[in-house]
Design a protein around this ligand. Structure first.
Ligand SMILES: Cc1ncc(C[n+]2csc(CCO)c2C)c(N)n1
Length: 229
């Protein structure tokens, strides 16, 4: 079994919890609260910025032309394509995308971004990809599971969102990241593979936590607390 297949198997329970999370299942049903969607977009706009910055760290640590091109193309994809699912959500809630940008991150999104940055800054390329991989992999499978579970049509307001992530092109780019990680793992020490395993597992947990953060409109604890004199 390949290294990434092993990672997928070890974290299957988290993938299943993601597929059954009420926000994710609500996308399939076409029923998610507008507050939860706005909360998600505010955090996810910043998440995408951070994701591009982390690809930039990967790029700056690459010396082969092919690896530089890989990270460059992934950044371009986020800039040009990854914003489409955001537009689907904004259209549904009737809010301008620009009005949901520039907000401070709630605790879970803040944690997730810093977790990926930590591995990208301090770890090997394998560790970096291990921390990044659950992002495309969980979304690809969410798209596939929702397609199969609900067989949505254009009547579902999130039809384009589901189609975007269930698309074979997302499968191909996830496979490319997996192949890169499998190649690095083939020559990695047991110690390094354990670090990659830990980075991957935490990102899976944080993917699940990101849905929960959005669903519950998570805020920092002090927000709304009245200061007693
Ligand atoms: C919390 C969170 N996790 C994953 C994605 C999806 N996503 C973001 S960037 C990217 C491309 C990676 O090359 C993908 C698939 C998201 N929007 N928000």
């Amino acid at each position: 079994m390949s290294f990434t297949n092993q990672l997928r198997k070890e974290n299957d329970h988290i993938f299943q919890l993601i597929f059954d999370h009420p926000f994710v299942d609500g996308i399939g049903k076409g029923d998610v609260s507008k507050e939860a969607i706005a909360h998600y977009i505010k955090a996810d706009f910043e998440y995408l910025n951070a994701f591009m910055q982390i690809y930039g760290i990967g790029l700056s640590k690459s010396s082969k032309r092919e690896d530089i091109a890989y990270f460059f193309q992934r950044i371009q994809f986020i800039l040009n394509d990854e914003v489409h699912p955001h537009h689907t959500f904004c259209h549904y809630i009737g809010v301008n995308y620009e009005d949901l940008q520039g907000y401070p991150l709630p605790p879970t999104a803040d944690h997730y971004i810093k977790h990926m940055m930590y591995h990208a800054q301090t770890g090997t390329m394998g560790e970096t990809l291990g921390a990044l991989l659950p992002c495309p992999w969980t979304y690809l499978e969410i798209g596939q599971v929702l397609m199969e579970r609900y067989q949505p049509t254009e009547e579902n307001p999130f039809y384009e969102w589901i189609r975007f992530y269930g698309d074979p092109s997302v499968e191909a780019s996830t496979m490319e990241m997996r192949n890169r990680l499998d190649a690095l793992a083939a020559s990695a020490s047991t110690e390094e593979k354990d670090k990659i395993r830990e980075a991957f597992q935490k990102s899976c947990e944080l993917e699940l936590a990101f849905w929960e953060m959005s669903y519950t409109c998570e805020e920092w604890p002090s927000k709304g607390l009245v200061k007693k004199l």
